[in-house]
Design a protein around this ligand. Structure first.
Ligand SMILES: Cc1cc2nc3c(=O)[nH]c(=O)nc-3n(C[C@H](O)[C@H](O)[C@H](O)COP(=O)(O)OP(=O)(O)OC[C@H]3O[C@@H](n4cnc5c(N)ncnc54)[C@H](O)[C@@H]3O)c2cc1C
Length: 505
């Protein structure tokens, strides 16, 4: 049964969907056990409970079992067995995803890649690393550091999230403005399709006639299970300077970001934190921001000394012209680390302001930053729900964090309505419903609003080409036409349609 069919009953807070009484065949379980290492199969409800959600705990479901392979061959065998018995499979890395992508299927198994965490090769001459999918993002840069290299995509969850999960979500991060997203930093992939057949795409130089790696990257576990990634490493720039520009209004901070981009500067990072995020980060990390800051922009420039000096001066001039009342500079590694710490800790810091928070993820053209942030402020007031903004401003990738208390009846529904309004704003301004956190189960209705029926049909055709029986993460990321009709209709391109179908999304 596709998970979409059960979405209405997928558990909200503390209401986990239990596996149905329909058991997986005993022969399937016997053979699964034989494939995996002795400690590689979890079945007891106390053991599988840890896998019932990802970083979006409003959706919960308990899988039949969790498979923990240690080598790629075991992954292929597990998938072949699942294909034989038509058992749904949800791949999982660290479970830090924020759209329910790793939410288990209640009639299927979770395939955890977490134990496949070896760095298979690090080639400093060619600046590449070959990685198993369970390698933590930060571990790559840690291993490359002694060679003067680093891995650029740096999601704030990098201490925990895995390369496999990064590939599946096309993860971004602070440094992706200059160095590209995950998709720009993948040279080759090995993955198993739903039948357990191994495919290799790309190569050490990243050149191939058909860019299938770009198709796999961001496919949210729907097309295949990645068992190896060859990634690009970057030489550590000789010079790096970070800036913190403090503003008395959120609008002025946002306008300065638009101006930086409009003038053609491409800093290594360009992030924005509003007043609520700042006070949370200050309380959490002890970092003191300039008194009276309504918002700060964090920027980093890197390269040779001359470039860094020139770009730094231009940035400072733009910030000042846009009304920054303080511009601080961090040169040493330690000072830069401190400056970025507040940004990197912002999500958990905001998490202390209220019992719960809901992290939104959408994109907008950077010229619309001021208008959209102003409108989000108005929506926040209208719904009576505080919203903290901390996001990749240079990429136009918003992350409004809605604060709420799930214990208050009806408040989660209010949050979802506010979230849908924010995504509608993104679309109206020419943006998208997801920047880097994916669609998962969370944004299926939003997909109906963003894409036409023909585009969604193409996505379904692609899915069927890789996974004809829809066993890999079924029901996620691409809504069925029936769901879209229920959600209020399909998107119609042309610009004259005032998004009537968004009314209910
Ligand atoms: C505090 C916090 C901060 C975050 N900051 C950022 C950020 O700055 N940028 C950003 O992009 N994201 C961010 N995220 C979201 C999340 O960390 C990323 O989406 C990350 O890439 C997920 O990796 P994971 O290993 O946890 O994957 P999981 O959550 O386990 O899985 C995510 C998806 O990938 C699929 N998957 C996992 N492994 C494989 C595999 N080997 N093959 C095929 N499919 C697979 C799963 O089925 C699922 O659909 C943040 C999350 C948190 C909690």
């Amino acid at each position: 049964m596709p998970i979409e069919a059960t979405l209405g009953s997928i558990g909200r807070m503390n209401q986990t969907v239990e596996p149905s009484h329909h058991h997986l065949p005993a022969a399937f379980m016997r053979r699964l056990r034989r494939i995996l290492p002795a400690d590689g199969l979890l079945q007891k409800s106390t053991e599988v409970a840890a896998y019932e959600c990802d970083g979006l705990p409003v959706y919960r479901a308990r899988p039949r079992a969790v498979a923990l392979p240690r080598i790629a061959a075991e992954v292929g065998q597990v998938l072949a067995l699942c294909a034989e018995y038509q058992v749904p499979v949800v791949a999982r890395g660290a479970g830090t995803g924020l759209s329910g992508g790793a939410l288990p299927h209640p009639e299927g198994i979770v395939l955890s890649l977490a134990r496949m965490n070896r760095i298979l090769a690090l080639d400093p001459d060619n600046r590449t690393a070959r990685l198993e999918p369970g390698v933590r993002n930060l571990a790559v840069s840690e291993a490359a550091r002694s060679h003067g290299l680093f891995y650029a995509p740096d999601p704030s969850s990098q201490i925990a999230c895995t390369i496999g999960g990064n590939v599946a979500e096309n993860a971004g991060g602070v440094h992706c403005l200059k160095y590209g997203l995950t998709t720009h930093n993948i040279l080759a992939l090995k993955f198993f399709d739903a039948d357990g057949a191994l495919h290799e795409i790309g190569g050490p130089t990243g050149e191939w006639p058909l860019d299938l790696a770009a198709l796999l990257t961001g496919s949210e576990g729907l097309l295949g299970v990645v068992v190896e990634a060859t990634v690009r490493l970057w030489p550590k720039p000789p010079s790096t300077v970070a800036y913190l520009a403090a503003f008395r209004s959120l609008e002025a901070a946002a306008a300065s970001v638009s101006e930086v981009v409009a003038l053609g500067l491409v800093p290594a990072g360009l992030e924005l934190m509003d007043g609520l995020a700042l006070s949370a980060a200050q309380a959490y990390t002890g970092i003191a921001y300039p008194e009276g800051s309504a918002a700060v922009v964090l920027a980093e420039v890197d390269g040779d000394d001359l470039t860094v000096a020139l770009e730094g001066e231009r940035l400072r001039a733009i910030f000042t012209a846009q009304g920054a009342f303080a511009v601080e500079q961090a040169v040493s590694d330690e000072d830069r680390r401190r400056l970025w710490l507040g940004r990197k800790s912002a999500f958990p810091a905001v998490g202390r302001l209220a019992p719960d928070y809901y992290c939104m993820d959408g994109t907008i053209p950077r010229r619309s930053l001021v208008a959209v942030l102003t409108e989000i402020g108005e929506l926040s007031r209208r719904y009576g729900l505080p919203v903290a903004n901390v996001f990749h401003a240079g990429d136009g990738n918003l992350h409004p964090l809605i604060l709420y208390d799930a214990a208050i009846q009806g408040q989660l529904e209010q949050v979802e309505a506010l979230g849908a309004d924010i995504l509608r704003l993104c679309l109206v301004h020419g943006g998208t419903i997801s920047g880097e956190h994916g669609v998962g189960v969370e944004k299926l209705d939003g997909m109906c609003a963003q894409f036409t029926a023909a585009e969604l049909a193409t996505f379904h055709a692609l899915k069927s080409a890789f996974d004809p029986h829809h066993l890999l993460n079924p029901g996620k990321a691409v809504p069925t036409p029936a769901r879209c009709v229920e959600a209020g209709g399909m998107h119609v391109h042309g610009g004259h349609q005032p998004f009537p179908h968004l009314e209910r999304f």
